[in-house]
Design a protein around this ligand. Structure first.
Ligand code: G3P
Ligand code: CA
Length: 242
């Protein structure tokens, strides 16, 4: 079972910053999950919310700032400035860095609250530019974004993201739409759902696993990956099972 660091090593470092990504890489997990959105001037940036209020010292919508303006805000706010100034990374900066590692990246297209139009295409172009096509899996709560990715390049790996209520017959659904994976929230997930995915050849990558009981259960059920704020803990438990 693979371990993805959710928004980087966000259990210890400010989420979706280069620091959180580098720290995840240091502990030796297999992958990183991150969120992308578009600035006013069309730059793909790595940030979770549509607004910058929760994670930076600024306020307002990501889409109302140019990247130059956005880069002045400190995304290190969550840990009270403990880690100094941490800019909102561009996705290009991330791609440049990750291309020098063995890490796999789960890029979540944040397009459910506000639909950016060109976000899928611009993100895919950067992935191609840095030679990451085989090291990226796309996911989104907005499955139309995944359909759009498949339309642009049917070979890209896509995972259908679902909230904790999940989706009846998820394996069949993913197979029917050509998605390679199912990304359910852990809380409502059942063994039947996992089995249904396996029967349809669909991988199951579950979020957000922050307790040992859930980790053990998903391991027993044969899930493919866990997405966690605490990659170090998950990794060392899984290593002990080898
Ligand atoms: O991709 C899994 C997880 O990140 C989805 O929820 O809100 O943390 O982006 P959220
Ligand atoms: Ca996410």
């Amino acid at each position: 079972m693979k371990v993805y660091a959710h928004r980087g090593y966000s259990g210890k470092y400010p989420e979706n910053t280069m620091l959180a990504f580098q720290k995840a890489a240091e502990i030796g997990c297999e992958g990183i999950e991150l969120d992308v959105q578009l600035t006013k001037d069309g730059v793909v940036v790595v940030i979770h919310d549509e607004t910058i209020d929760r994670t930076t010292d600024g306020s307002g919508y990501v889409r109302d700032y140019t990247y130059e303006e956005l880069s002045k805000f400190n995304a290190g706010k969550i840990y009270g400035g403990k880690y100094g100034f941490q800019p909102v990374p561009t996705f290009e900066e991330y791609c440049k860095w990750v291309s020098q590692t063995d890490l796999v990246t789960n890029v979540e297209i944040k397009s459910s609250v506000y639909y950016y139009g060109e976000l899928e295409e611009k993100t895919m172009e950067l992935v191609r530019k840095y030679g990451l096509v085989d090291k990226v899996l796309y996911s989104s709560f907005n499955h139309m974004s995944l359909v759009q990715i498949k339309k642009l390049d049917p070979t890209r790996y896509c995972g259908a993201l679902l909230e904790h209520k999940g989706l009846g017959n998820a394996g069949y659904y993913c197979k029917k739409y050509g998605f390679e994976a199912y990304h359910p929230g852990v809380k409502g997930l059942t063994e039947e759902e996992v089995k249904g995915c396996k029967e349809n050849g669909i991988e199951v990558n579950v979020w957000t696993i922050n307790d040992m009981g859930a980790l053990e259960q998903l391991y027993e059920w044969g899930c493919d990956s866990v997405i966690t704020n605490y990659p170090e803990v998950c990794k060392s438990w899984l290593d002990s099972k080898k």
